[in-house]
Design a protein around this ligand. Structure first.
Ligand code: ISL
Length: 568
C-alpha cells in the first residue's frame, strides 16, 4: 500500500539561533536560549526545528562560514548543551535538522589553511586554485581567472600572494568554495554528515547545495550582472555532476538508516524541471528543495537592490507552475521568508493597519498549498522589517558590501539606506520579540543587532493574549495540516488565475474539498458566487461578513464534503 512520507503533514520552524533567545546576557542568542523556548514551539505545534549554523565559525557570515564542522561554536554554548537540546526536542516529539554548509568552508578551516600553504600540498585540489590571467599585477582587476562576480559583490576570486594564485569564492572571500570534483572532499563531507546523524539529529537543510558542481573549465560567462563582473550562474547552478554527487551522498549517508529523516536543499536558481529531478523519490536525492522564483518578484532588471513592487498575478503564476509541475513526481517546500529575505508581512502584506490580517492571509496562502510549510522565527507573531535608519545598525556582510559598492558608484546615500531598509537580510535578523521588557525579552545585555523599536506592541506575549492573535491562527493552520488529509495530500487547483487581487485555490481529495480565498488588497473585493461553501473552517475576521465580498486582506477557508453517489 502507498504510504505518504511523514513530512507531507509536517511543518518546519526555522530558528536563526543568533537572534532567537539569549540565556547568558552576551547579546547573542544561544542553545540554552532555544531550550528555554521549546515549550513555545510545542505549543505552536511545529514538527521539525531547523537550526541555522551553530558550528565553530569566525562568523563572517553569521556561521555560514564554518571552520570546524564537528564543534559547536562557544558563542552558542557547549557540546553538552547541544546534546541536551537534542534530547529536549525529541522529548517533546519534535525533530531537529541542522544546516549543512558544504558548498564552501570558512577560510579558517584547517583544510583551507593547508590548501593555501603551498601549491603542492595534498589539500591543494580541495578548493579551486587558478593562475592569474595575462596582464596581472596584484591590484589589477581583470586578471582574475574568469569574469564571475561573487554573490556578495566584487569578483568571485581572491588573490593569495603566498602561492601567487587565486581561489574561487561564490560568496565572501572568507568562504572559499570546496572542489567537489575531489573524491577526498566528498568522502570527508559524507563522514561528517554520518557523524551528525549518529549524534542523533534528524536531517539537514543543505545550504546552496545546487552550486556544488561547477563546470570544470570555469569559463567566462557571457551573462551580464549590471556590475563590473559577470553572472557565473550558468556554470555552477545545477552543474554537470550535481545529481551524481547528491545520489552518491544519499547512498553514503542514508542507506541502511531506518529513522525518519528530512533532507531539504536550498537551491537558488533551480528550475521546475531540475526540482523534479532533485525531489522525485525514485531517484534517491532530496525530499524537497527551496525554489526562489517568488523571491525575485520585487527585483528589477538590476537585481535584488533594484527594488520594485511585486505583482500578485506573477506570484500566483509561479505558485501554480510549481504546484502543477511537482504534483505527480517530487514535492514542494512552501515559504515566504527566511533569514535571507525581508520580513514577509512588510514585503507582501501591510505591516501597519492590516498587520494581523495580512500576516494571517499570507500564512493561509503558504500553509494550505500542497507541500511542506516552513515558518521563519517571528513570522508567527507578525514581526516586521527592522526599520533601521543608519548604516551603523547593519551587520550583514552582503548589505555592507552593497553599501560600499553603491556609494562608490555615486548613488545617493539616502537612496541606498532606503533600499537597505526594504531589501537587506538584516530585516529578518533582528532579535525575536518575546515581550515588552527591555530588549524585547531577548537578552539581558546589549543585543548584537538592534531590536526593532516596535517590540513594545509587536511581541509574542502581547500577540498571544490579543483577540487578533497571529500565533493562534498559525496554530490552527498547523492543526489543519495534521488532521486533514486534504491539506497534506489533496490536489491543487488555482482559481481565477488572472485576478490581480484575489488569491484563490482549491484542494481536493476523495469526497473532500477545501476552497481558499484571499483578498490581497486593502479594498473590498467582490468574489465570484461559485467560491465558498457551507462550512467556514478558518478565517481571519471574527464577524461573518457578506459571503460575496472579501474585506481588506481577508482570508477564508471553506470545506465541502460531497456525498458520493455510491454511498447514497
Ligand atoms: O540571499 C541571497 C542573496 O541575497 C541568496 O542568494 C543567498 O545568498 C543564497 O540563497 C545562499 O544562501 C545561503 O548561503 C549563504 C548564506 O549567506 C545565506 O545566509 C544562506 O542561506 C552562504 O553560505
Amino acid at each position: 500500500p502507498y504510504l505518504p512520507a511523514w513530512w507531507t503533514s509536517a511543518v518546519v520552524y526555522q530558528i536563526y539561533t543568533r537572534s532567537f533567545s539569549d540565556s547568558t546576557g552576551d547579546g547573542i542568542g544561544d542553545i540554552t536560549g532555544v531550550i528555554e523556548r521549546l515549550d513555545y514551539l510545542s505549543e505552536l505545534g511545529v514538527d521539525v526545528i531547523w537550526l541555522s549554523p551553530i558550528h565553530q565559525s569566525p562568523q563572517h557570515d553569521n556561521g555560514y562560514d564554518i571552520s570546524n564542522y564537528r564543534r559547536i561554536d562557544h558563542l552558542y554554548g557547549t557540546e553538552e548543551e547541544f546534546d541536551h537540546l537534542l534530547a529536549e526536542v525529541h522529548r517533546r516529539g519534535m525533530k531537529l535538522i541542522m544546516d549543512l554548509v558544504v558548498n564552501h568552508t570558512s577560510d579558517e578551516h584547517s583544510a583551507f589553511v593547508v590548501s593555501s600553504s603551498s601549491r603542492s600540498n595534498v589539500s591543494r585540489d580541495s578548493y579551486f586554485w587558478r593562475d592569474p590571467r595575462r596582464g596581472f599585477s596584484p591590484d589589477n582587476p581583470g586578471a582574475e581567472p574568469n569574469n564571475w562576480g561573487s554573490i556578495f559583490g566584487g569578483s568571485a576570486w581572491e588573490y593569495d600572494p603566498r602561492t601567487e594564485q587565486y581561489y574561487l569564492h561564490l560568496f565572501s572571500p572568507h568562504q572559499p568554495d570546496l572542489n567537489w570534483e575531489s573524491t577526498r572532499v566528498r568522502t570527508r563531507v559524507y563522514e561528517m554528515m554520518n557523524w551528525w546523524l549518529d549524534r542523533g539529529i534528524d536531517g539537514f537543510r543543505m545550504d546552496a547545495i545546487n552550486f556544488i558542481s561547477k563546470r570544470p573549465t570555469l569559463p567566462d560567462s557571457p551573462v551580464g550582472s549590471g556590475g563590473m563582473y559577470a553572472n557565473g550562474a550558468p556554470f555552477y547552478v545545477s552543474g554537470p555532476r550535481v545529481h551524481e554527487f547528491i545520489q552518491e551522498m544519499m547512498r553514503a549517508v542514508f542507506d541502511f538508516r531506518t529513522s525518519e529523516y528530512l533532507v531539504v536543499g536550498e537551491t537558488d536558481g533551480v528550475t521546475v524541471e531540475e526540482a523534479v529531478l532533485f525531489t522525485d523519490s525514485l531517484r534517491g536525492e532530496l525530499d524537497m528543495v527551496f525554489q526562489f522564483e517568488h523571491m525575485r518578484l520585487d527585483h528589477g532588471p538590476g537585481g535584488k537592490w533594484d527594488h520594485l513592487p511585486m505583482k500578485l498575478r506573477d506570484f500566483k503564476t509561479i505558485a501554480n507552475r510549481w504546484q502543477r509541475s511537482l504534483a505527480d513526481r517530487g514535492w514542494n517546500s512552501l515559504y515566504v521568508g527566511n533569514h535571507d529575505q525581508p520580513r514577509s508581512v512588510s514585503r507582501f502584506g501591510d505591516d501597519a493597519e492590516y498587520r494581523y490580517e495580512s500576516a494571517t492571509l499570507w500564512a493561509t496562502v503558504i500553509h494550505l498549498q500542497r507541500g511542506t510549510p516552513f515558518i521563519y522565527q517571528g513570522d508567527e507573531i507578525g514581526m516586521t522589517n527592522a526599520g533601521f535608519t543608519s548604516l551603523d545598525q547593519y551587520r550583514d556582510v552582503e548589505s555592507l558590501a552593497y553599501y560600499d559598492y553603491a556609494v562608490a558608484r555615486g548613488i545617493n546615500e539616502e537612496h541606498v539606506l532606503d533600499t537597505l531598509g526594504k531589501v537587506s537580510r538584516d530585516n529578518a535578523r533582528t532579535p525575536m520579540q518575546w515581550d515588552d521588557s527591555p530588549n524585547a525579552g531577548f537578552s539581558a545585555g546589549k543585543p548584537w543587532i538592534d531590536v526593532n523599536p516596535n517590540y513594545r506592541s509587536v511581541n509574542a506575549a502581547a500577540d498571544r493574549t490579543s483577540e487578533k492573535s497571529i500565533f493562534r491562527y498559525y496554530q490552527r493552520l498547523i492543526q489543519l495540516r495534521h488532521e486533514s488529509l486534504v491539506v497534506s495530500l489533496g490536489d491543487f487547483e488555482m482559481l481565477e488565475p488572472n485576478d490581480p487581487q484575489l488569491f484563490a485555490f482549491r484542494r481536493r481529495l476523495g469526497n473532500e474539498e477545501l476552497t481558499i480565498m484571499c483578498n490581497v488588497s486593502a479594498g473590498l473585493l467582490p468574489v465570484p458566487a461559485y467560491l465558498g461553501g457551507p462550512e467556514l473552517v478558518l478565517g481571519n475576521y471574527r464577524e461573518p461578513g457578506d459571503p460575496k465580498v472579501l474585506r481588506p486582506w481577508e482570508a477564508r477557508v471553506h470545506r465541502l464534503t460531497r456525498v458520493s453517489p455510491t454511498a447514497r
